[in-house]
Write a protein that binds this ligand. Structure first.
Ligand code: BV8
Ligand code: ZN
Length: 247
């Protein structure tokens, strides 16, 4: 892939890069994207209908089993070249802040140090009654789904539709947006709010916005640069082009 020389010069000069990611950045790790994931037993369900407090109240076992199925999908997943290139950026730029919508924890496993998980992390559990954190899940199946403090049902530590994003994470994302020079928007359909407002806000704050996605999204029009392709291919090539001696 050929890259604009102005973009490459800018990347070499910046001090702070923000990287906003969605499910597409984990696609090459074998994790189906959020809108493509519902297959097999779950083909007749919409994720938006399962990832809600009402669904959990109505049918906690089905929602719990949907997360156990997704953990099964994620359990053997490894960080892919996109996650690794984003982590490698930390050796090339003074500060790299990752703001992710993903709940799979792969940015942390790839070695990214500053990771803001806007929608939580599927490997964490907490009590749906007293919010007491419960022990982490490494495998997919969880036997004990009850809180040891109050007996309430455990729920995954993710943000459901209709729930507010963690205030601290949102505040950190806003700080990054103000401070970063360049804002990458990678692997997201930009349909879920309020996360999808971040690239728009970045552009209105005068940041250089770079979109990486094999398909067109509504954010193409706010990006100064649209790199059409898979993140696992585009990002390593971009780092090689911008920092040939270090990649
Ligand atoms: C809230 C955790 C209010 C759970 C998730 C306007 C403003 C505010 C809210 C709303 C609003 N309009 C509507 C709402 C409500 C709602 C919403 O946005 N609904 C949508 C469906 C319209 N938002 C909410 O409910 C949010 N909460 O607003 O609360 C409030 C305030 C105060 C007090 C109380 C309440 C909460 C939203 C969080 C929901 N939780 N995840 C779980 O995972 O189970 S969101 C879920 O969608 C995932 O986290 C996922 O990451 C995220 C977004 O999807 P994408 O990541 O973009 O994935 P998708 O599959 O869509 O796209 C993949 C992309 O990758 C595609 O473009 C594809 O082309 C590309 N791709 C594919 N392969 C590759 C690739 N790209 C690069 N490389 C590849 N190889
Ligand atoms: Zn409890």
């Amino acid at each position: 892939m050929l890259f604009d020389f102005v973009l490459l010069d800018k990347l070499r000069a910046v001090r702070h890069i923000a990287v906003f990611t969605g499910a597409g950045v984990s696609a090459e790790s074998g994790i189906p994207t959020f809108r493509d994931a519902q297959t097999g037993l779950w083909a007749n369900y919409r994720a938006e209908d399962l990832a809600t407090p009402d669904a959990f109240r109505r049918d906690p076992i089905t929602v719990w089993n949907w997360y156990a199925w997704r953990r099964e999908l994620m359990r053997d997943a490894q960080p892919n070249p996109a996650h690794l290139a984003i982590a490698q950026l930390q050796r090339l730029v003074a500060r790299v802040s990752v703001i992710t919508q993903n709940v799979d924890g792969l940015h942390l496993r790839a070695g990214s140090r500053e990771v803001i998980e806007l929608h939580g992390n599927i490997w964490n559990n907490l009590c749906s009654q007293c919010s007491q954190p419960a022990h982490r899940i490494e495998g997919a199946q969880e036997v004990q789904t009850r809180c040891t403090h109050c007996g309430g049902r455990l729920r995954p530590g993710v943000v459901w539709f209709g729930e507010a994003l963690p205030a601290a994470a949102w505040a950190r994302a806003a700080e990054v947006l103000e401070a970063a020079d360049v804002f990458f928007c990678i692997g997201t359909s930009s349909l879920v709010e309020p996360a999808a407002s971040l690239p728009r806000h970045a552009r209105s704050c005068g940041r250089t916005v770079i979109q990486i996605n094999p398909e067109a999204t509504s954010h193409d029009e706010i990006a100064q640069y649209v790199l059409r392709g898979k993140a696992g291919q585009v990002l390593p090539e971009l780092l090689q082009a911008a920092w040939p001696q270090n990649s």
